[in-house]
Design a protein around this ligand. Structure first.
Ligand SMILES: Cc1cc2nc3c(=O)[nH]c(=O)nc-3n(C[C@H](O)[C@H](O)[C@H](O)COP(=O)(O)O)c2cc1C
Length: 282
């Protein structure tokens, strides 16, 4: 990881990181910079892992970072299951579109929206918990879980580790819940593979949409997005070519994910699955 020995080094780090993040030369004034930004801007998902165990204490450090995230009203409506057993990882991999990285990574974290803990507290104290059954409350748990997980991702990347989220853990939520012994009203939100990257198969920083597309000043501006998206399709086409993939660009690749019910890979029945897990979703 780079260090900030001089302002010139910082400026060079910033330029390189921003160019890579957008796949185009950064043409705005250079922002303030530091090593935290180095870590954030260098993020890439890693799907190939070295056969190397994590140092002792890593899991606990990551969870401390995760618990340091903000949490709605301090409710802390999330939990995480850490899976290291190869056989359990193999079964979870099968449930998550058979993704090999779930088996390969030494640690697989399943992040949970957990409404059960407070519900149990309500039962112990004979308190009413009517609010538990509303969509809003599940959303709070999902947001809490996502913020916590992303803190863990930043922490692990700062330690030289790598990860990839696994949304496919929602393909078959009831089976995942059974595998992990989840109580009612606990939803698997996503998985996270954690390990050391296999340096023989390095991952690259994937460019993002130009800021002109995602950043709106004062009011949302839909019309100006078209040009930036067209530019980004070209940037992503070049990135895909460099990755040995067909140069489909961003728009068509992304729309393929929404093309049909089948393209949701089982998640089209998420409402039914959540109801089976005890969420009323009022
Ligand atoms: C909630 C979530 C779920 C994801 N699920 C998967 C997945 O199941 N499999 C996978 O290979 N990558 C998955 N990803 C990784 C994304 O594909 C990746 O973040 C995106 O392409 C951007 O690439 P980058 O992370 O390298 O910048 C997921 C990412 C997020 C945030």
């Amino acid at each position: 990881m780079s260090t900030l020995s001089t302002p010139e080094t910082a400026a060079q780090n910033a330029t390189e990181a921003l160019d890579a993040r957008y796949g185009t030369p950064w043409n705005a004034p250079l922002p303030a910079w530091n090593t935290t930004l180095d870590t954030l801007l260098a993020h890439r998902s890693v799907r190939n892992y070295a056969k190397k165990p994590l140092p002792e204490g890593t899991l606990e450090t990551l969870i401390a970072a995760a618990q340091s995230a903000s949490t709605s009203s301090n409710l802390q409506t999330w939990s995480v299951v850490a899976v290291e057993d190869p056989e359990r990882k193999a079964r979870l991999s099968k449930l998550a579109a058979d993704q090999s990285q779930v088996r390969e990574a030494p640690l697989f974290l399943v992040w949970l929206a957990d409404l059960n803990r407070l519900e149990a507290a309500a039962q112990r104290t004979s308190a009413s918990a009517e609010g538990l059954h509303y969509m809003e409350t599940l959303l709070v748990g999902v947001i809490d879980a996502a913020l916590a997980a992303q803190n863990a991702v930043v922490a692990l990347e700062s330690l030289g580790l790598s990860s990839v989220y696994i949304g496919a853990i929602r393909n078959q939520p009831e089976q995942v819940a059974a595998e992990l012994g989840l109580p009612p009203r606990v939803m698997p939100v996503f998985g996270l593979c954690v390990g050391y990257a296999d340096e023989s198969r390095p991952a690259q920083v994937k460019p993002r949409l130009p800021q002109s597309v995602v950043l709106h000043r004062e009011q949302y501006d839909a019309p100006t997005q078209t040009e930036g998206i067209a530019q980004y399709d070209e940037v992503m086409g070049a990135f895909q070519t460099a990755q040995g993939l067909s140069a489909a660009g961003w728009t068509s690749r992304s729309l393929a994910r929404w093309r049909s019910r089948e393209s949701l890979h089982g998640r089209d029945r998420l409402r039914d699955a959540l109801q089976a897990l005890g969420f009323e979703l009022r």
